[in-house]
Design a protein around this ligand. Structure first.
Ligand SMILES: Cc1ncc(COP(=O)(O)O)c(C=O)c1O
Length: 387
């Protein structure tokens, strides 16, 4: 039996990629706002099957940029948003910071995306402008039913696909299944630009607004036709244009150094995603007595292997003693997090509470071997009690 340590995440950037980066850095390149960021964006959009992509410095920045740009572009009929209770803090926090009313939605018991019945009840009662989905641990939400419901109630949909790079639903990539999708390239996600992220969209107006808000609110990165139209609308001359701000923006840019890494990583992504799916299936077969995520996917670029156990702390300590890392199943429920309780009081939701109290995830990454999975499953079964 293989006894080597099994980490939650591992580097996806190879020694060869670092050498190539070091060589490139020694040449005389513009290191930020240069051509590599635009090249990476074009390649990432082509991979995703969307018209555009925008590179930013993290998945969290991507969520912030989507939220604020939708507001500034006039795409939201009110400031009410539905956020999955099982999500990530920076899926939700931009909406809190921007003064939205946030409604937590319970999770689907199979895929851990949004629960359709709770979603419909919230849509009916609150009439929100926006739903942000999270494809938990790589498993796509029930997109067809969700889109149908949201159309019926006039609610726009966006995706936080930070855990689902490479997953597919009905043959289309996650992140390309709604108005806009966000991704993280943080070390430990599917691909790494050290820190980094991106947004995908096929909506031209939103694209221009996001490009502007990413960089201070100026227009110089915005496509020519929109840039000239904005200038004319505000009667701004060519010189004043340099420092004209159309939105009260941020600086959420990444750099060409990160884009250099991203271009190399993108080439390896299809293989990385296949290994992650293989690992998911190996875990599922090795742990038949334990709950496993089931989704309407055509492909799962699994982020980690989620399951439920009665004795989570004992499992955590036993795995740790055997050199194996594990974590709670993402955030558990936002309705049980300290910041939420302090602001709004505790919120109980059936499935999200189960995730909060009993959920955990086991490591999956591109360097994990079938042997590693047998080792993890063996140690896990020594103590874990299925829920
Ligand atoms: C669903 C989800 N959204 C957003 C993020 C944030 O990404 P980043 O760490 O690049 O800011 C994460 C990070 O793990 C995540 O899991």
């Amino acid at each position: 039996m293989n006894k080597r340590a099994v980490k939650l995440a591992d580097n996806t950037i190879s020694a060869e990629e670092i050498r190539a980066l070091a060589g490139w850095l020694q040449e005389d390149h513009q290191l930020t706002k240069g051509p590599l960021t635009r090249q990476f964006e074009a390649e990432f959009a082509a991979y995703s099957g969307t018209k555009y992509s925008i590179m930013v410095n993290s998945g969290s920045s991507a969520n912030l940029l989507m939220a604020y740009s939708l507001l500034e572009a006039g795409y939201l009929k009110n400031k009410k948003v539905i956020v999955p209770a099982v999500s990530w803090i920076t899926t939700l926090s931009p909406f809190i910071q921007l003064g939205f009313d946030c409604f937590l939605c319970d999770s689907d018991a199979d895929d851990l995306g949004v629960d359709l019945n709770h979603l419909e009840a919230l849509l009916k009662k609150e009439q929100p402008a926006l739903l942000i989905l999270v494809h938990i641990l790589g498993h796509p939400n029930k997109m067809e039913a969700i889109q149908r419901l949201c159309e019926q109630y006039g609610c726009r949909v966006i995706e936080d696909a930070c855990e689902a790079l490479g997953s597919e639903y009905a043959g289309q990539k996650t992140g390309a299944l709604s108005l806009a999708g966000s991704f993280s390239f943080y070390y430990g996600h599917h691909i790494s630009t050290i820190e980094g992220g991106a947004i995908t969209t096929s909506d031209g107006k939103l694209y221009s607004v996001m490009l502007s808000i990413r960089s201070h609110g100026w227009s110089r990165d915005v496509p020519e036709a929109d840039r000239i139209a904005w200038r004319k609308e505000h009667d701004i001359d060519e010189f004043r244009e340099f420092y004209s701000f159309y939105y009260p923006g941020y600086n959420l840019r990444s750099s060409d150094l990160n884009a250099f890494l991203g271009r190399g990583q993108l080439q390896r992504l299809p293989d990385i995603a296949k290994t992650r799916e293989r690992n998911f299936e190996l875990y599922r077969k090795a742990l038949p007595d334990f709950w496993s995520q089931r989704s309407e996917r055509s492909f799962v670029s699994s982020f980690a292997y989620g399951t439920f156990v009665k004795n989570r702390l004992a499992v955590f300590h036993h795995l740790k003693a055997n050199g194996i890392e594990c974590r709670p199943l993402v955030c558990g429920s936002m309705g049980r997090q300290p910041f939420w309780i302090k602001r709004y009081g505790v919120m109980h939701l059936t499935v999200a509470d189960r995730v909060h109290d009993f959920g955990l995830y086991l490591p999956n990454h591109a360097n994990i071997t079938p042997d590693d999975i047998s080792h993890v499953a063996h140690c896990f079964k020594e103590v874990a009690e299925p829920l």
